[in-house]
Design a protein around this ligand. Structure first.
Ligand code: AMP
Ligand code: MG
Length: 423
């Protein structure tokens, strides 16, 4: 994909038309402008879920730490197993998980052993208890079907001492916390979380709890943004609703950029809005005004505002969510010290025809489900206007119709990006 130098894009100083970019170009330009956070802190393991490792994790021990039985049964020396006829053995000791046994097995002897218990000296094979015939007087009999080394977990077979378990940049999952606990890590070195300040702009917006007058709407973008940022585990600063007013906006931009690594706004800072927005942003930073060949979500303002990165999202509620998912979320993951995430994309059969003209990338809110034959199918989740949030709420995926797509017939295979599985 052709890369784009954002600083060469027209800024507020230019009177030229906003630059039109493809989705891929916008993504590349954003990525090229980001610098990951390098500040670090140490957190207890329980606080490390979703945090990004700031150093490679080297195992201080073998896991498992000792060679042990994978079954409840009897431990033998593999060389002492019967090769043709069944044979009797004397049970000389019992070893439970958490215990050790010093008894060295001589030929004709075995040790009763439980799952997880260390293998006694001289043994290397476990026969599960279901395959053993128990006889009187501490004796047992087994037949010749067993292999030397069976049912034994070797020390270090999961993780060897000194091995790198997770690399720097790993975003920690629930399983990772378990692995780290099994290695005895009580604390972890992680990158500081990004701080994100966000606000809504618009004279028509009212906050929850206020009465709506004619022509006014409740501010919903601040709630979808709050929730999507929450899911990312960043530190949040909600700066409320800011009126379409030069002084108020300038003050909000200054305040936000002073406190945060990233500033996200919705509405009113797009091309076509009051010119003073451009002026203010231009005086405070190095900002590009893009028109992205995508639907929904055409206008996007991006750049540097003081020391912070700035994303000026469109005002329409679905456009806010889409541009956040496509641009802001990967950027925040990247700033957090992780890799730029690659979303999971699957193929599914269209349940309905989709009209589209080539030229721009359309993200259709869809419902992905299985048909009676167990095949993945997808169809629109409802009306696709960029202000219609209910069809976003019903959707579990975006149907991806790229720039070249000239429409989809029922039954065509389309590409689909499911939500919430992309990082
Ligand atoms: P704008 O980009 O400011 O022209 O806004 C485009 C549309 O989105 C208008 O219908 C706005 O009323 C609506 N809108 C803008 N901001 C919000 C918000 N925070 N919550 C809900 N709707 C909004
Ligand atoms: Mg507005």
């Amino acid at each position: 994909m052709e890369s784009v130098e954002i600083h060469k894009q027209p800024s507020c100083a230019d009177d030229s038309d906003p630059v039109s970019l493809s989705v891929g170009q916008a993504r590349d330009a954003i990525r090229a402008a980001l610098i990951s956070i390098t500040d670090q802190e140490t957190v207890p393991i329980r606080s490390a879920l979703g945090r990004v490792l700031a150093a490679d994790c080297i195992s201080p021990i073998d896991v498992p730490s000792h060679t042990n039985s994978a079954m409840d049964g009897y431990a033998f020396a593999g060389v002492d197993l019967p090769t043709e006829d069944p044979r009797e053995y004397r049970v000389v000791a019992t070893v439970l998980a958490g215990q050790t046994s010093d008894h060295r097995c001589a030929p004709g002897e075995c040790v009763r052993i439980m799952t997880g218990a260390p293998m006694p000296p001289g043994t290397d094979t476990v026969v599960m208890q279901e395959q053993v015939e128990v006889l009187p007087d501490q004796r047992i009999r087994i037949d010749a079907r067993h292999r030397q080394g069976q049912n034994v977990r070797q020390a270090g077979e999961d993780i060897a001492s000194g091995a790198s378990v997770f690399g720097c940049g790993r975003s920690l999952t629930a399983a990772d916390l378990g692995v780290l606990a099994s290695l005895g890590f009580a604390e972890l070195r992680v990158f500081r979380r990004p701080r994100v300040a966000f606000f809504s702009t618009g004279d028509e917006l009212r906050s929850i709890g206020e009465a709506l007058a004619e022509g006014e709407v409740y501010d919903s973008n601040r709630y979808t943004l709050f929730a999507m940022l929450r899911e990312l585990g960043v530190d949040l600063f909600d700066l409320g609703v800011v009126r379409d007013d030069r002084e108020a906006l300038e003050q909000a931009f200054r305040q936000a950029s002073a406190m945060a690594d990233v500033v996200v706004t919705s509405g009113g800072v797009s091309v076509g809005e009051a010119d003073y927005t451009k002026e203010i942003l231009g005086s405070l930073g190095d900002i590009s005004f893009w028109t992205i060949a995508m639907k929904p979500g055409r206008p996007l303002t991006f750049g540097r505002l003081g020391r912070a990165m700035f994303f000026g999202l469109p005002g329409n509620p679905v456009a806010v969510m889409l541009t956040f998912q496509q641009f802001v979320r990967p950027a925040l993951r990247y700033l957090s010290g992780s890799q730029w995430p690659t979303p999971l994309v699957v193929e599914a059969r269209a349940r309905a025809a989709l009209r589209k003209r080539p030229g721009r990338y359309e993200f259709v809110r869809g419902i992905l489900s299985y048909d009676d034959a167990g095949r993945l199918t997808v169809g629109p989740s409802g009306a696709q206007g960029s202000g219609i949030l209910t069809s976003m709420s019903r959707a579990n995926c975006f149907i991806l119709l790229d720039e070249h797509c000239a429409g989809v017939s029922e039954g065509d295979v389309v590409r689909v990006e499911p939500f919430a599985i992309s990082w």
